[in-house]
Design a protein around this ligand. Structure first.
Ligand code: PEP
Ligand code: MN
Length: 353
């Protein structure tokens, strides 16, 4: 894909399209020191948050417009493009006034159609690349809706940023990747560049490398990686920022597989998959017919639909069977629950007739 023409001219057209820079602009010195290292390593687009959406009041809410002067200086001195997050019309006007080259809409903002609409209206008639982060909640339509609002005011250079999805229960990731959501976005809009944000997905420095590799393996176009000259002292997101030299290592360790490669050599394996999927469909249909018969029997004998003992037994048995066959038990649980939900739905239909 010609990313160059889609987003910004002069940026290396090879994957990954890279944006790097601190979570937040903090001081002129921090911005310039980071920028000089990044530029020396060949980075073409710098990021820095100027206005920071914080979960609770009282945290560091960004330096505000003052920081835009530092970004202007970065452009002048290093020739890099600069980018920042906008969440209101005022942010848009300020960023444009200072010559910011690329804007992104943050995850909390994408979740709010009123805010996105306002931003879109402020950008009407402006030719600037805009990247839309996924909303904090795993809602693909809301993500697409935000992109549509921007497209409707005439913006042509659009892209998406996958930054993971909030969950109450934080285990490994700060935000769950839920890769199937950006993958579905790519399936529906094959020409829309997708940039992965491993910093906000992982929330931890050591996860940036593996997440970046995964994003490249999935064929995503780019990466946005939080990079700071002194990450431990960062005013926001300290634990997930890396130094410019670590960024360089991460990037050089990436294996970039050819996303455009022809898939002829895969055709044999793919036809086997097609055949197995056909068999799976047949088996699902057969299983559903049997549940339907069970439903009819339950109706005739005035029985309730869900017998939890039976369901527990099926789940436990099948999951351990699956594990014995080398499959992920969690995957099997999801499949079995989906099958069970559908059987119950069918039986409810029968009983209510
Ligand atoms: C950010 O990029 O620093 C940021 C606030 O990200 P998100 O909107 O993904 O939380
Ligand atoms: Mn951040």
């Amino acid at each position: 894909m010609e990313l160059e023409s889609i987003l910004l001219p002069g940026v290396n057209p090879e994957r990954p399209f890279l944006i790097a820079g601190p979570c937040s602009a903090e001081t002129e010195e921090q911005v310039m020191t980071t920028a000089r290292s990044l530029a020396a390593d060949g980075v073409k687009i710098m990021r820095a948050g100027i206005w920071k959406p914080r979960t609770k009041p009282g945290g560091f809410e960004g330096v505000g417009s003052e920081g835009l002067q530092w970004l202007k200086k970065v452009k002048k001195e290093t020739g890099m493009y600069v980018s920042t997050e906008v969440a209101t019309q005022k942010h848009v006007y300020e960023a444009l006034k200072y010559g910011v080259d690329l804007l992104w809409i943050g995850a909390r903002t994408t979740a709010n159609p009123f805010a996105v609409q306002e931003i879109a209206e402020a950008l009407e008639g402006v030719d600037i690349p805009v990247l839309v982060k996924n909303p904090v909640n795993p809602d693909l339509e809301l993500w697409i809706g935000a992109l549509e609002r921007l497209s409707k005011v005439g913006l042509k250079r659009l892209g998406a940023i996958h930054r993971g999805f909030s969950s109450y229960d934080k285990k490994i990731y700060r935000n769950l990747p839920q890769w199937h959501i950006p993958i579905e976005l790519k399936r529906r809009y094959p020409n829309l560049p997708i940039i992965c944000d491993p910093s906000h997905i992982g929330g931890r420095r050591d996860l940036i490398q593996p997440l970046s590799q995964q994003a490249m393996d999935l064929g995503f176009e780019g990466l946005i990686i939080e990079t700071h000259c002194d990450p431990d002292c960062a005013w926001s997101d300290a634990s997930q920022q890396v130094t410019p030299s670590r960024l360089k290592e991460i990037l050089s360790a990436l294996v970039i597989r050819d996303a455009k490669q022809t898939t002829e050599d895969l055709s044999e394996l793919r036809s086997q998959i097609d055949e197995i999927d056909d068999q799976l469909l047949e088996i699902f249909a057969k299983r559903m017919r049997i549940s339907q018969e069970i439903g009819t029997f339950k109706k005739e004998h005035d029985m309730t639909i869900v017998q939890t003992d039976r369901y527990d037994e099926i789940l436990a048995k099948r999951i351990s069977q699956a594990e014995g066959m080398g499959m992920n038990p969690e995957f099997m649980r999801v499949v079995l629950e989906a099958i069970h939900d559908e059987s119950v739905r069918k039986q409810i239909d029968i009983l209510s007739k």
